[in-house]
Write a protein that binds this ligand. Structure first.
Ligand code: IMP
Length: 432
């Protein structure tokens, strides 16, 4: 029986995880974020109304769901509260159904300023971050100078540490980046104003999850943010985010062990997109890219930036399936391919001497020499938008799905044919 499942992205993020988690949440009890921060942007469309979540777990729009933000997530407290209030304005009250880890590291004003100053300062190595301070916050954690939500309980200790850290950052702002410093007093004042809200929702989430798993027959979804190839260790370094977006992030970011997971769903867009810089072998440009951009609404939900577009890459997918111990796939945005007479799928690469390459790691280092090898399949040229029954798909679309399952040796359990909850085909029920 699948009780505890993971949903994570197998490409560069923006695979449509938010919608799928929301869809699966009707049968779940807890949704747990385990890495990243408000760099994520999970777009949900419910009855034509669009809601974008950045920090709060995607399932919370279902009143049966409790959202947990685990220790591996970095939390901007002011943005968290803004998001809670924004949902409240839309009559979605999450404050009684949201728990944050006391060990989560705080993202504060100096992290955001550092993230943005660095990107402005660089010439050739701009990563194209979301500018939310995520990298510097994780750096502080690893450097053991970060401040955690729970540290606010001891305000004397917290204030002293904050002062030290602000001094450390301000030295760099003034002397290296030549930008104005941040105010220690302002940061502390804002935190003192909101600390009680944080205390009300703060817990030891590792212990809580352990109790939920051991004592109750509850269903938990672990919600990944970003995607496999943005992983700090396994992604296209240095064009990555600063957390482990791959499966290991679940364990370090919550404190639970692998034997408590029953199933891992890998979410894959049927083409590929990437925001920010870094290698992207199947990328294409021109009119075709325009078509995907406008039909697929391919702009970042956090920064509004245009996403780069490319064909589905099976080499990359095979690696991410292996890396994450994927049980099954969820294919998203099938309807965006509706009007194409032919569709390309990358099944390998070759370098400039004609040598075949079947390994994405190679590409990270030698991307300039590499060209994709495509298998071209026939399109279906009719609308699949909103179809919720596999048998109603046109033959060519079914064949396309079968082909992806065959090329990746992985079953396809869910297909998404539009942004709404209703636009979903379930090939195999996940929660039994
Ligand atoms: P950071 O996470 O803001 O440091 O950005 C590092 C890289 O990850 C940049 O290329 C971002 O565009 C990318 N990134 C971060 N969050 C997301 C996301 O939720 N979806 C897609 N790309 C993301």
């Amino acid at each position: 029986m699948n009780n505890n499942i993971v949903v994570l992205g197998l490409q560069w993020g923006d695979e449509g995880k938010g919608k799928i988690i929301d869809f699966l949440s009707k049968k779940a009890n807890y949704i747990v974020r385990y890495q990243g921060g408000n760099n994520a942007g999970h777009t949900l469309v419910i009855d034509k109304k669009k809601i974008i979540l950045h920090l709060i777990p995607s399932g919370v729009l279902h009143p049966n769901v409790i959202g947990i933000i685990g220790n591996g997530v970095v939390i901007s407290p002011s943005d968290l509260i803004k998001e809670i209030n924004l949902l409240k304005k839309q009559n979605i009250n999450v404050i009684d159904r949201l728990i944050i880890s006391e060990s989560s590291h705080l993202v504060l004003k100096y992290h955001i300023k550092m993230d943005q100053s660095r990107e402005k300062f660089k010439n050739n190595t701009i990563i194209g971050t979301t500018g939310r301070g995520i990298g510097p916050a994780y750096e502080d954690k690893v450097a053991r100078r970060g401040l955690r939500v729970g540290d606010l309980k001891n305000i004397d200790f917290f204030s002293k540490r904050l002062k030290e850290v602000v001094n450390y950052y301000n030295y760099q702002f003034i002397n290296y980046y030549k930008v104005p410093p941040v105010s220690y007093k302002d940061i502390l004042k804002e935190l003192l104003k909101i600390k009680n809200i944080l205390f009300n929702i703060m817990r030891n989430t590792r212990e809580l999850l352990y109790k939920i798993i051991i004592n109750n027959n509850k269903k938990i979804i672990f919600e990944g943010a970003q995607g496999t190839f943005l992983d700090i260790d396994h992604g296209t370094f240095p064009y990555v985010t600063s957390s482990n977006t791959t499966i290991g992030g679940v364990f370090t970011g919550t404190g639970i062990g692998p034997k408590y997971l029953n199933y891992t769903l890998g979410v894959v867009k049927v083409y590929a997109t990437r925001v920010g810089n870094g290698p992207f072998i199947t990328e294409f440009f021109g009119n075709l890219s325009e078509l995907f951009y406008s039909k697929g609404l391919e702009f970042g939900s956090t920064t509004g930036r245009r996403r780069r577009i490319g064909w589905l890459d099976i080499v990359l997918l095979r690696e991410s399936i292996f890396m994450n111990s994927i049980t099954a796939l969820c294919l998203t945005k099938l309807d965006i391919l509706d009007n194409l007479s032919e569709i390309k799928i990358c099944i390998g690469y070759k370098n400039n001497t004609g040598k075949l390459i079947n390994n994405f790691s190679y590409v990270e280092n030698f991307s300039n020499d590499i060209t994709p090898i495509y298998k071209i399949v026939k399109g279906w040229n009719v609308s699949t938008f909103g179809i919720s029954n596999f048998n109603k798909l046109p033959k060519e679309a079914k064949d396309f799905v079968y082909l992806i399952a065959e090329l990746t040796s992985t079953p396809v359990d869910i297909i998404s044919t539009g942004p709404d909850r209703k636009h979903t085909i379930v090939c195999r029920e996940i929660f039994t």
